[in-house]
Design a protein around this ligand. Structure first.
Ligand code: SAH
Length: 394
């Protein structure tokens, strides 16, 4: 096996079980590892530290284990069983009203670079590293062992998430079962949604907003609701279920808006008080003459890296200031950031600036985060990415 030796003192973060080894920490590499190979990591003194997937880039190793154990079929099965046990503890396995959830959340489940989402009897696997991609058959087998008859198909959707330069030639498709269709109707808190993992964004649905959507439902009774960056209408359906008077879903993707309209009708029939608008959110906010009692701002990650944090902050400020200026008196604003690079503190400061610009009296009612099936490994605080605030605007 290829062996990687760290510079003096660089073993400290591994001793604290942080799962990444950066290129700057490496003194020398014994052997000639290829991207995706399993490598062993040693301290300068020769002491074994960890075993993980080798990567080309600033993160050079993503740790799979801090022990010298075989990464074989039994290992994959044990890791997936552990992830499954967490979802059972949360109440997501055999839940009467929810059949879609995240089974594996990367570092949060001690499987860096791997995401697995469950949609009914289908698992969608997304590899963010070549090592995970090369293990996809083993992962598929382990999923089948853990789920047995409950699993009808496993779909690999890694083509867009693998590192740009890896040249894996990855093509999305079923690893097991399936057929021509990549669509099904799932249930979340009793609400129904069309999900298409073949053409949809991410694995097909944004499962990380489940709990926050329920809170939107709670505040929606009798209100007019604007759901911006709506994607397929997750928040919109909950708002309607919660008794909203009218809901408008806005997204720049016409395909997503069409599916939001279908999802509203799927739950509430053709006469539902829902309108889908395919538009840039900034343009919509500038031109609409409607006033809303509840607004949801769930933009995509404006900052993918720390380097572009300045621009991202300006984007969040502009968006929030606009919504805070326009919301009806006594209105409720749900505002989110899913940029990992934007800290909770920075996000709050940004929204504070927006409130000051809008000149409104604003109270924080709730501080939101990602749900329990997107757990944060305590040794990897970077895994906490979703931040939200619920504001009461006088
Ligand atoms: N709230 C959604 C997830 C939002 S993901 C849910 O609960 O499912 C972000 C969405 O923003 C994507 O659907 C993307 O198409 C859309 N988007 C990105 N930039 C946009 C813009 N400038 N105007 C409108 N929509 C945009």
């Amino acid at each position: 096996m290829n062996r990687i030796f760290l510079k003096r003192g660089k073993e400290e973060s591994l001793a604290r079980r942080h799962p990444w080894i950066f290129s700057g920490a490496i003194e020398r590499i014994e052997g000639d590892p290829e991207e995706g190979d399993v490598v062993d990591v040693y301290a300068r003194s020769g002491e074994f530290l960890a075993r993980g997937h080798y990567q080309i880039g600033s993160i050079t190793v993503r740790v799979l284990s801090f022990e010298q154990e075989e990464i074989d079929a039994a290992w994959w099965e044990a890791r997936l069983r552990a992830a499954w046990a967490v979802r059972r503890a949360i109440g997501l396995i055999d839940s009467p009203d929810t059949d879609c959830y995240r089974l594996v959340h990367g570092e949060g489940d001690n499987l860096p670079g791997l995401v697995i989402d469950i949609y009914g009897d289908v698992a969608v696997v997304q590899a963010h590293s070549v090592g995970m991609y090369r293990s996809r058959q083993a992962i598929c087998e382990a999923l089948r062992t853990v789920y047995g008859d409950r699993l009808a198909a496993v779909y690999d959707k890694s083509a867009q998430t693998l590192p740009y330069k890896a040249e894996t030639g990855a093509v999305d498709g079923y690893l097991y079962g399936g057929g021509a269709s990549t669509e099904r109707i799932v249930t979340e808190h009793g609400n129904r949604f069309h999900v298409d993992w073949g053409v949809g964004q991410k694995t097909g649905f944004f499962l990380d907003q489940r709990e926050n959507r329920a809170l939107v439902g709670h505040y929606s009774a009798g209100r007019t609701v604007l759901n911006t960056f709506s994607y397929t209408g997750g928040f919109s359906v909950y708002a309607l279920a919660g008794g909203a008077r009218e809901v408008v879903s806005v997204d720049s993707s016409a395909t997503a808006v069409a599916l939001a309209v279908r999802n509203a009708e799927l739950n509430f029939g053709p006469d539902v008080h829902h309108e889908g608008v395919a538009s840039d959110v900034f343009d919509y906010l500038k031109t609409t003459d409607k006033q809303f009692d509840l607004i949801i701002l769930d933009p995509p990650a404006f900052a993918k890296h720390h380097k572009v944090l300045g621009n991202a902050t300006k984007g969040y400020t502009r968006l929030n200031a606009r919504a805070l200026s326009q919301i009806a008196p006594g209105g409720i604003l749900f505002t989110f950031s899913c940029s990992q690079a934007v800290s909770r503190e920075l996000f709050r400061t940004t929204v504070f600036t927006a409130a000051a610009i809008a000149g409104r009296r604003v109270r924080i009612l709730h501080q939101l985060t990602q749900p329990a099936d997107h757990p944060v490994n305590i040794y990897h605080p970077e895994g906490e990415y979703l931040k939200g605030l619920v504001l009461y605007v006088e």
